[in-house]
Design a protein around this ligand. Structure first.
Ligand SMILES: [Fe+2]
Length: 205
């Protein structure tokens, strides 16, 4: 915990109005640079920020061990192989591998950030205060309630997103899908499985 002296040395935050105005200016400049109207911006969001991107990355990781190793070592560099980038504020994305002994789940306790270019905009339940508060205290119970029970012998790791560090879960491949082509595999990887509250299934998640 920061001492009084340490706290007093930190730069003061600007008032909320100034911070909002700064964000609006950045959005306006970026939209103008891309030649986008509000409608165009929404189309860009729907095209670029979506769980299908994460699903493609997972399918490749399931079928290509060398890519999987690169993805786990440096998520940002590996997803760039798909032409998927990160917004400037997101400096790194860490890919968390689920295994029989470890189950990872993501939350943003501060607000509701996700790795947007891989997972898409956060779902409503992810933004809910109850999820954000409870998953860090009683992850197993929350996962059970969401239909994703975790075996007692499996460790649960909860990862709290920050503004510049985002996460994506690499779920386990259902054994019966071994040998499937990438596009068929990608189709069973759901947004919720990229967050860690669901598991892909051969029946389509
Ligand atoms: Fe957040």
């Amino acid at each position: 915990m920061a001492s009084q002296d340490t706290a007093s040395q930190q730069a003061p935050n600007a008032p909320m109005e100034q911070r909002l105005a700064a964000v609006e200016r950045v959005l306006e400049v970026r939209a103008h640079d891309k030649g986008l109207s509000v409608d165009g911006t929404m189309e860009w969001v729907e095209e670029k920020l979506m769980a299908e991107n994460g699903a493609k990355v997972v399918a490749r990781a399931w079928t290509d061990p060398a890519f999987r190793a690169r993805l786990l070592a440096d998520g940002k560099a590996a997803i760039a192989e798909f032409g998927i980038g990160l917004p400037a504020i997101q400096r790194q994305v860490y890919v968390l591998e689920n295994t029989p002994s470890v189950h990872n789940v993501i939350v943003c306790t501060l607000c509701s950030c996700t790795a947007t270019t891989l997972i898409g905009p956060p779902p409503n339940w992810y933004e809910d205060l109850e999820y954000r508060a409870r998953v860090v205290r009683e992850a197993r119970t929350v996962l059970q309630e969401m239909g994703c029970p975790v075996a007692p012998e499996t460790e649960v790791r909860v990862w709290d997103t920050t503004a510049d560090t985002r996460f994506m879960v690499l779920p386990m491949q259902p054994p019966e899908t071994i040998g499937w082509p990438e596009d068929k595999l990608a189709a069973i990887v759901t947004r919720d499985s990229l967050i860690g509250v669901a598991r892909p299934s051969a029946e389509g998640g």
